[in-house]
Design a protein around this ligand. Sequence first.
Ligand SMILES: NC(=O)c1ccc[n+]([C@@H]2O[C@H](COP(=O)([O-])OP(=O)(O)OC[C@H]3O[C@@H](n4cnc5c(N)ncnc54)[C@H](O)[C@@H]3O)[C@@H](O)[C@H]2O)c1
Length: 453
Amino acid sequence: MKISVIGTGYVGLVTGTCFAESGNSVTCVDIDEKKIKKLQSGKVTIYEPGLPKIFIRNQKEGRLQFTTDIKDGFQQAKIIFLALPTPPDEDGSADLKYILGVAKEIGNLLQPGDYKVIVDKSTVPVGTSQKVHGVIMQQLKERKITKGKELFDVVSNPEFLREGAAVEDFMKPNRVIIGTGSEKARKTLSHLYAPFVRQGNPIIYMDERSAELTKYAANSFLATKISFMNEIAQLCERVGANVDLVRKGMGSDERIGKRFLFPGIGYGGSCFPKDVQALWKSGQEVQYDFKIMNAVMDVNKNQKLHLVPKILSYFKNNLKGKKITVWGLAFKPNTDDIREAPALIIISELLKYGAVITAYDPEAMGNAKRVFGARVSFSENQYDALKGADALVVATEWSEFRTPDFCKIKDLMKGHVIFDGRNLFELCQMEEHNFHYESIGRKKLNRKNQPEK
Ligand SMILES: NC(=O)c1ccc[n+]([C@@H]2O[C@H](COP(=O)([O-])OP(=O)(O)OC[C@H]3O[C@@H](n4cnc5c(N)ncnc54)[C@H](O)[C@@H]3O)[C@@H](O)[C@H]2O)c1
């Protein structure tokens, strides 16, 4: 099948590449010329495990094209995917300018005799499919094209891939949600998705509005789970309980489940923060006060800063000139995405207090350099970053941080102090190596006897 994907970011590039991998001919469109040039020259623009291999194969075999011109491949395409940004507007609602702008372009390109399925893969509020339909119809009307309704259908097909595991999630999705009232569109998409659900994972068909809401409900529920656990962790610290044990005790109940119960320094990324906010805003718009969402946003905002008072208190409120190393900048491991990453909030706060920051991340340093410039030093290696440091802050749970050489760490650091925002290390290890160690929802370990270097 011939497909166009409009928007070639994290979702669009993975979508386009994975559809090409299943034999379709895909044209990916983006307005970012630099990005498209890079992709055309065979370079993947994001860090995503497993993506380069299938990207190169499909590009070589001519099934994957890149362009800045939406007209390229449009006439031949049977399905047009929208994988465009939906950032928060000033009031927290999703900004639909990218989606509706492209809808207008599509309305100008559709020709009499066409039939195309326009698929919205972006995360959008309830009613967006209808708006996209309306914008396209308006353009067709202005162009005096009759029977415009027969030329297209708009489908809501929200995307559930996780950055860092996006290819796997796309190739073997837990489920595919298809929101449409059109039998023709439904048939086209079930044909397209058939190779991805061969193992029996369901395609769930529903109306457009339910599909749009499903995505927000799923992300907001996961964010709620994280925030709930972060509040339990706060309580643990105050009552002397260990959140790791509470988590295990809770999570082994099948009704609760083990996943998404890890406390930390809050959720970030391009999805959870904006989606929780947009769901809350959707409630407001229909005079419904979505109280849980409000609390989730509040808890997360505070949690991102949870380590800062601990650091301040350790250094007796004087961070001027203190050298603090930060391990991890990405909002989660296996991605270079730093959007809304807790590490950025912590670093900005520590800089305000005069700390000197050296950071290391396996993939996200390029993006972080664009944010901090010369205000932060970046190290090419997790150990080099520790030279002469007064403290280490762990902000992202990359695998390579999990079992470091603690003797080497102690040799390199000036102060033997770790603030662990991801509970990566065992308390007994930290006790054994005699670190001052503060984590999330577990007891604080004070360094014994030895004076700092
Ligand atoms: N990133 C994720 O993990 C994820 C997962 C599921 C759903 N989503 C949703 O998918 C949507 C896209 O997210 P993303 O992370 O891929 O965003 P992104 O910012 O990485 O990519 C969006 C791309 O669209 C391009 N673009 C903007 N206007 C355009 C236009 N007029 N024509 C062509 N291209 C244009 C941008 O240049 C950018 O490359 C959002 O709604 C997001 O909430 C994201």
